[in-house]
Design a protein around this ligand. Structure first.
Ligand code: GUN
Length: 283
C-alpha cells in the first residue's frame, strides 16, 4: 500500500500556477480572487484563511469580504454584483454553508459564470455535463489529480462514488466518466452497499460519516480516495474511510488530513488563473 501525498501533489500544482502567474504579470495581468465569508463558522474561517494563504503563495491578488452573521440577502447580492463588475477580480468564491436565513442558490446563480471559480453555477455544471468547460469543481478535480499521481489508468476501470452531493459526488462521477471509467454512484439508500463498493477498482468516499468505509467494503488492490472531513469519537479530524482498517487492503489511499483537502485549494488557484486568462483574452 502507498499513501498518496496530497500536500506534495498540491505543492506541485501551486508551483506551476505560480510560474504561469509570473508570466501573466509580465503581460500586465494579476489574477484576483474575492472570497466572501458570512458569519463566524470556525471551519469556514480556517478554509478561507487557507485560500488567502494559497493566493499569496501563487502571487495572486486576493480580497476577503468578512460579512456579519446578520447580513441580508440584498446586501450579499449587492456585493456579488459589485465584484462581478470589478476588473481586478477574476474569481468570486462565497464560502458555504451560509447562515440559514441566506439562500446559497441565489448567490451562486448571481455570480457571473466566468468568475465562478467553484464551478457551482448551473451554466458551469451544465458545461461539465457535456464535457466542454472552463472550470472543473475544485474537489473532484483535485481527486482526479491525485488519481493521476498514482499512474493508475482510469480508462475501463470500475469506479464507485459514495455520495451524491452537487459539490462532490455528482461532478466526481462525471469526471471519472470523462476518463472512461465505468461509474456507479451510491448513497444512503443504496441496497447492499458493501457489495457494490467491493466491485470498485477506484473508490471515492464523499459521504461525511466518520470512518464509514471498512475493509470489508474494499476490493483487494483498490485505489481509495477519502473526501471526508469528519471528527472521530475523540473529536480528532478523520475521514470517511477507516484508514487503519482499510490501508492493508488497497494499492493506494489518501490520508486525512493531507490528502484531498490541500488539493481543493490548489485547484481553486488553477481555476482563478484560468479565469484571469479568459477574462483577458490570453490562451
Ligand atoms: N464549503 C465547503 N467546500 C466548499 C467549496 O469547495 N467551495 C465553497 N465556496 N464553499 C465550500
Amino acid at each position: 500500500m502507498q499513501i498518496i501525498d496530497g500536500k506534495a501533489v498540491s505543492k506541485s500544482v501551486k508551483e506551476s500556477v505560480k510560474a504561469e502567474c509570473e508570466a501573466l504579470k509580465k503581460q500586465g495581468v494579476t489574477p484576483g480572487l474575492a472570497v466572501i465569508i458570512v458569519g463566524e463558522d470556525p471551519a469556514s474561517q480556517v478554509y478561507v484563511r487557507n485560500k488567502e494563504k494559497a493566493c499569496e503563495e501563487c502571487g495572486f491578488y486576493s480580497k476577503k469580504y468578512a460579512l456579519p452573521e446578520d447580513t441580508t440577502q440584498e446586501e450579499l447580492n449587492a456585493l456579488v454584483d459589485e465584484l462581478n463588475k470589478d476588473d481586478k477580480i477574476n474569481g468570486i468564491l462565497c464560502q458555504l454553508p451560509l447562515p440559514g436565513h441566506l439562500d446559497d442558490k441565489e448567490v451562486i446563480n448571481r455570480i457571473d459564470p466566468i468568475k465562478d471559480v467553484d464551478a457551482f453555477h448551473p451554466v458551469n455544471v451544465g458545461a461539465i455535463m457535456i464535457g466542454d468547460y472552463n472550470f472543473l469543481p475544485c474537489t473532484p478535480a483535485g481527486v482526479m489529480e491525485l488519481i493521476h499521481s498514482t499512474g493508475v489508468d482510469v480508462s475501463g476501470k470500475k469506479a464507485v462514488v459514495i455520495g451524491r452531493s452537487n459539490i462532490v459526488g455528482k461532478p466526481m462521477a462525471m469526471l471519472l466518466l470523462h476518463e472512461n471509467a465505468t461509474v456507479e454512484i451510491t448513497h444512503s439508500r443504496t441496497q447492499n452497499l458493501s457489495e457494490v463498493t467491493r466491485t470498485a477498482d477506484i473508490l471515492v468516499a464523499a459521504i461525511g460519516k466518520a470512518k464509514f468505509v471498512k475493509s470489508d467494503m474494499v476490493k483487494d488492490g483498490a485505489v481509495v480516495i477519502d473526501v471526508g472531513m469528519d471528527r472521530d469519537e475523540n473529536g480528532k479530524l478523520c475521514g470517511d474511510v477507516d484508514f487503519d482498517d482499510v490501508k492493508d487492503k488497497c494499492s493506494y489511499i489518501t490520508p486525512v488530513p493531507g490528502g484531498v483537502g490541500p488539493m481543493t485549494i490548489a485547484m481553486l488557484m488553477k481555476n482563478t488563473l484560468t479565469a484571469a486568462k479568459i477574462q483577458n483574452g490570453i490562451k
